[in-house]
Design a binder for this molecule. Sequence first.
Ligand code: HSE
Length: 433
Amino acid sequence: MEQKKIRIGLLGVGNVGKGVLQILEQNKALIAERTGKSLVVTHAVVRNIEKVQGRLSPAVMLTTDALAVLRNPDVDVIVEAMGGEYPAFDYICEGLRQGKPVVTANKEVLSKHKATFFALAKEHRTNIYFEASVGGGIPLIRTLKVGLAANKIQAFYGILNGTTNFILTKLEEEGASFETVLKEAQALGFAEADPTMDISGLDSAYKLTILGSVAFKANIQLADVYYEGIATLDAKDMAYAKELGYVIKLLGIGREVAPGQMSFKVHPTMIPARHPLAHVRQEFNAVFIIGNAVGESMLSGRGAGSSPTGSAIVSDLIDIAFDDHPLGNQRNLEALEGPFSVMPLSETTSQFYVRLHALDTHGALAGITSVLGAYRIGISKIMQKNIVADEAEIVLVTHMVQEKEMTSALQDLLGTPGVREIDAKIRVGLDEG
Ligand code: HSE
């Protein structure tokens, strides 16, 4: 049976648009299986056809005429991936007027015009989806709307801009220069075309109005937000912050400060180094949410870039695919039919921390390293601790090694002259090898 097609008109084939196309292609089978439909970009609107020609599937019709695509009855859904306020505003309005669901990643246009879009969507019995507009690939909007629907949100604290978090991380950890790091962020595709939007805090402020509107069910506008960026931060203050046990992050904060009274701010903030937000590094974003039922909760992930943003857009498209699904209420009812096998523990690899004690005599360490060497187990760190009487405690961390190799090596170690006991074996790291 031929699957029902959802025909997508894609406005813009830049960084974000390419991410969408790539995910739709790469996960085609998985998406079709999950939704019972095939999601296909049939039309792409670009400014310069020659620039993209030959790079997209020939099945995608390339055009510069956005209105023709928006009004084409053979296009079911619009994805706006152009960015900027105009003409994106006009195109989103037209898509909604045509009764088509619109998916957008555009924080600026949403921040400024969300009330108009929501009203138009209602009037034309359709919807606007914007998971990608805040926090890139992190499912923030859906989490606030659905996962935390039982809560009154009291506050949220967000690292909402990948570029500035990338810059702050590099300044803090590597003492790199502001200009060099900014260039790196631009090359990696995180920064806005005009990076002052990132640096000044404006990008975070736009995102704060969107998140705030969803969290507090109100039309938060840019004028309601105080914002300040990272340009005036001095390397000295970052160093002193570190010494005092803080990390500096650019936070977007939305908070009910008194009943019915809100506060919306974006500014560099010193966070205790132990707070979960302090550990959010590079271009990662995170939002720490306080709900009156759930308490504290944090979501973190890649906040910028082609693939994470594409991931959020495609998740919206999948949501749309379910809208007229006869079993739409069963969208999350897993089939549990996927084939899989479990790798035996002995085959898995990890780094290992090993603590043992041995006679504090010449040749003992050589014996230990030669056993590990025979199993081709590399040592990443080694130290000798606590010499008591004639015994020394030896602590080492290996490079990646298979469990079965490690088990055999430890058995051999127990038989090595001088080795008294293996006292501890702990796997190190997240098993990424
Ligand atoms: N310039 C933005 C950032 C892109 O760095 O977070 C994602 O909105």
